[in-house]
Design a protein around this ligand. Sequence first.
Ligand code: NAD
Ligand code: LMR
Length: 333
Amino acid sequence: MVKAVVLGAAGGIGQPLSLLLKTNPSVTELGLYDIVNTPGVAADLSHISTPAKVVGYLPPDDGLAKTLQGADIVVIPAGVPRKPGLTRDDLFKINAGIVRDLATGIAKTAPKAFVLVISNPVNSTVPIVAEIFKQHGVFEPKRLFGVTTLDVVRASTFVAEVLGDLGKAPSISVPVVGGHSGVTIVPLLSQSSAALPSGFAQGDLEKLTNRIQYGGDEVVKAKDGAGSATLSMAYAGAEFASKVIRAIKGEKGIVAPTFVHLASDPAGGEALKKEIGKELEYFSAPVELGPEGVASIKPLGKLTDYEKTLVEAALPELATNVEKGVTFISASK
Ligand code: NAD
Ligand code: LMR
């Protein structure tokens, strides 16, 4: 029995993500919450002939608490998306408060749930959730994840495009580490499961790296003011949620990059800190998932000199983003 909850379920990501979760046979209950339209979305999804019982609530009459009651896994795509000219950090002003309030609801009603944060800027919204959970005395780092799967999905697709064979995309895996914005997105293309073509020059590698780092901008530009990635994000979010669900149900050996607090690792992420050579609180790294959430943070492995410069370049922005999230909560105490 798994109850999955989507907060922001009526939005561009929320609706297709809820649809994909409704088609996951392991999900037996699906709770949908938004400030608009959730009764309609829930009624619509409830006619699909899969096991999940669907409920949808709006804010009145404790709708958030009702939705969260008994939740095992909570996915958060609530908040405003980018328009051309905006950075993810520009969304902080609005999304920080939304995520803080939703995290407060989770801390009160479903403190043991696995929480998957999609709302941007992920590098700051994950620390916001952690700080709220700390205030309520319910912070368990193993159960909190920033969803960076879309970067991994893009990397597989773009490598397959370079190879001229999209048919290979589902089986190509490329670790993408760091965080989820611009330079903090670090694809480790030297560890791609499919080798890049012979003759792939440094310039080609830099272009491909840049495309993965700024893949979100491609969609924002193409949507021309109508938002950012929604369908590919719903796919990525459902993929990651399904991995977490499989791991909590006991499946072993599932590894996925995700943005986590280093205290989620049994060894406090010391191996990762040593590899990177810096003190860090949060990082997106390949994580082995288990019944408690994070089972361990895996090492990044051997990096090329170019990848080392990318990691170096990511660290200052990552630290600033994390600090901004932490301060948002500590300053409002
Ligand atoms: P959207 O505007 O289409 O949907 C957002 C939904 O959130 C809306 O239905 C809105 O009513 C709801 N909402 C707003 N305030 C709320 C609150 N207090 N409680 C509950 N629901 C609330 O936006 P979208 O395109 O679905 O994007 C959502 C977020 O996901 C954005 O912040 C976007 O930047 C982010 N995003 C992240 C990734 C990633 O890789 N992590 C990828 C794409 C988008
Ligand atoms: C993405 O990577 O597509 C998302 O973070 C949305 C965005 O703002 O680009």
